[in-house]
Design a protein around this ligand. Structure first.
Ligand code: HEM
Length: 357
């Protein structure tokens, strides 16, 4: 009965261009507010509005950062050699097994936030994790509009331990692990654009919320620029495992990010993202989509990307932080010079921590 009513609401919009008639069928969603290319996408509009208001508070804050980290820690649990279902939500379905893995330190915070919403909306953890990641990132100015595919079944098994990279892993180990999951060195660097909207709570527990760059609520290329500056200081009580000196007070630098910025296998990609926000944005979008489909059969999923909000642009030009100059850049790419950026005026100031939500 409900289904018949639903069908009665179905509308067909024909888009005719030139001689070829391209017909796009759109479905009117219950409630009359939205239309969708597939009825399976309708419920995600309400979920979107709920989590924007009640998890993310319409900001690019801590819960967005943590939701994005969660997508990686779930998806990278995928290995043709060692097992793991990839982007299947196993980190939530089997949270008692996966959250105690050392590399997942702190990930239980965002799982605790997300689970009531998963239950309330009766969706699978796998779908919810990637939906929340994509919706959350849309609150960060300059971000790409990420894709979302719906229809992941509930995970059948937990991921084995040891598949999530650690910040003290060397470049060879990280590239091998990521390569095992299907990512090229360039895609690894592209995925690390996520660290432009990120902070650490557990690398140095005395300074929770310490960001990886000076603009943790903007999806810009500052992360790629600032990690190339010579490290001179520890914010907090470092060094801690996986941490190296950063160049800015209030910022923390991971050893893995520092090494990837300087290694000949990845440094030119790193520099190309520093030089061009658009390149970085597009590369992140496609690598992120690939990550969200690990272990899934894309043909069984429905493309509901239209539900993801369009992020605001970031109009601030790339720059060196106040007090820094081109001499502070540690040139690593052997085939092209690091680009020139204007330096922010004034004296160097400490970057504030990301406030807890
Ligand atoms: C080489 C691989 C990577 C390593 C070693 C790594 C390591 C880390 C570490 C140590 C933290 C700090 C956690 C804490 O102390 O709270 C962190 C945070 C974060 N990571 Fe990564 N990461 C990697 C790749 C990725 C990828 C591929 C993504 C997403 C696509 C990602 C997204 C994030 C985000 C958004 C945060 C910030 C979380 C927050 O602010 O609460 N990371 N990462």
């Amino acid at each position: 009965m409900a289904f018949k009513t639903f069908l009665a609401l179905t509308t067909v919009i024909a888009t005719i261009s030139g001689v070829n008639a391209a017909i796009t069928k759109r479905v009117a969603c219950p409630g009359g507010k939205h239309t969708a290319t597939n009825a399976a996408c309708c419920k995600w509009f309400d979920i979107r509005d709920d989590i924007q208001e009640n998890i993310f508070e319409n900001q690019c804050g801590e819960d967005v950062h943590e939701s994005l980290r969660l997508t990686f820690h779930d998806a990278i649990g995928f290995s043709p050699k060692h097992g793991g279902g990839g982007a299947d939500g196993s980190i939530i379905t089997f949270d008692e097994i996966e959250t105690p893995f050392p590399a997942n330190n702190g990930i239980d915070d965002i799982i605790d936030v997300q689970v009531p919403f998963i239950q309330k909306h009766n969706v699978t953890p796998g779908d919810f994790i990637y939906f929340a990641g994509a919706v959350g990132v849309s609150n960060c100015a300059g971000a790409p509009r990420l894709n979302f595919f719906a229809g992941r079944p509930v995970a059948k098994a937990p991921s084995p331990e040891g598949l999530v990279p650690e910040p003290f892993d060397g470049v060879t180990k990280i590239l091998a692990r990521m390569g095992d999951a299907g990512f090229s060195p360039e895609e690894v660097v592209a995925l690390l654009a996520s660290h432009t909207i990120a902070a650490a709570d557990h690398v140095d527990e005395t300074i929770p919320g310490t960001p990886f760059d000076s603009t943790p609520s903007v999806f810009d290329s500052q992360f790629f620029i600032e990690t190339q500056l010579r490290g001179t200081l520890f914010t907090g009580t470092g060094p801690h495992p996986g941490q190296v000196e950063s160049s800015l007070k209030g910022v923390i630098r991971l050893q893995s990010d520092s090494d990837l910025a300087r290694d000949s296998r990845t440094s030119c990609f790193w520099q190309s993202f520093a030089a061009n926000q658009n390149t970085m944005k597009n590369a992140f979008k496609s690598s992120f989509l690939k990550m969200t489909l690990l272990g899934q059969n894309q043909r069984r999923l429905v493309d509901c990307s239209e539900v993801i909000p369009v992020p605001k642009p970031n109009n601030a030009p790339a720059h060196l932080p106040a007090g820094a100059s081109k001499n502070d850049i540690e040139q690593a790419c052997a085939t092209a010079a690091f680009p020139t950026f204007p330096t922010d005026p004034g004296h160097a100031t400490a970057v504030p921590a990301v406030p807890p939500q």
